[in-house]
Write a protein that binds this ligand. Structure first.
Ligand SMILES: [Zn+2]
Length: 265
């Protein structure tokens, strides 16, 4: 039996009869108009197949996009209180906060000379909040982002010693080097036991490796500390750490009251 004959046979068994022919206004191909139980079907099958095909392709692309964007997500550590926040949730209380928000929104569009940001200012004025919003926007653009809280990062590295060897640290540093955007939140807040000279040389060494690997790439660093404080903390490596952090970066000094403590006398 030929294909046409078997199609006719199937149609007959399903009670479908051909009642005419039409030319598709969309693709220009001809197709048969059919009727089954008084319901006339005059959709172009060629276009229906193409639509379904496009839908599948799109959903495959979306899946690949998500997989790519989420590639480094397991390395992120984001403070709970800012997850899900948007730029609209950020209410500036001072002119520097207003400026910080405006610069953050501009950073996302890529319309800036500097390719990195350094947020400097005390706790609770939204440095992490704005950085998180930038992360979300970059993800939407299909870019990979690692947002990591520096004290938490140091804890994870310390805990990994002995348990999995140096492998975790190696993988983490590699991911931090390769991600499209790195957000190192709260630099300087990590506590590491100082060495005999009073410097946190172990932490300084890791921070240096990270900021050094980000040269020429987009990064955001947030800190409660001044460069003088950081210099005291990191000792020998501090100059090199600070110069890497500042490389092609716009420094945003943010002031204001701690919004999380507002009303707490
Ligand atoms: Zn068609």
């Amino acid at each position: 039996m030929s294909l046409k004959n078997s199609m006719d046979e199937i149609r007959k068994r399903m009670g479908i009869e051909v009642v005419g022919e039409a030319t598709c206004g969309e693709c220009g191909k001809t197709f048969e108009i059919t009727r089954r139980h008084d319901v006339v079907s005059d959709h172009c099958p060629h276009c229906l197949i193409k639509e379904e095909d496009d839908r599948l392709k799109q959903s495959l692309q979306d899946q690949q996009h998500n997989r790519h964007v989420r590639k480094y997500e397991r390395y992120c550590s984001i403070p709970d209180d800012i997850i899900g926040k948007t730029f609209d949730d950020y209410t500036p209380h001072t002119s520097s906060q207003k400026q910080a928000r405006a610069i953050s929104e501009r950073f996302v569009t890529g319309d800036m000379q500097e390719h990195s940001l350094v947020f400097q200012g005390s706790t609770g004025i939204g440095k992490s909040h704005l950085s998180y919003c930038i992360k979300q926007a970059f993800n939407e653009q299909g870019k990979t982002v690692i947002f990591i809280d520096t004290p938490e990062m140091m804890n994870r590295i310390k805990q990994s010693f002995g348990n999995y060897g140096d492998n975790y640290q190696e993988q983490l540093l590699k991911a931090m080097k390769n991600t499209d955007l790195l957000i190192l939140d709260d630099i300087g807040a990590e506590y590491v036991k100082p060495d005999a000279n009073g410097y946190e040389s172990w932490a300084a060494d890791i921070i240096f490796q990270i900021v050094n690997s980000r040269l020429g790439k987009q990064s955001i660093y947030t800190t409660n500390y001044t460069s003088k404080d950081l210099a005291k903390k990191y000792g020998m490596l501090s100059k090199r750490i600070i110069s890497r952090m500042m490389s092609k970066a716009k420094v945003i000094k943010v002031d204001g009251e701690d919004q999380r403590l507002k009303g707490f006398e």
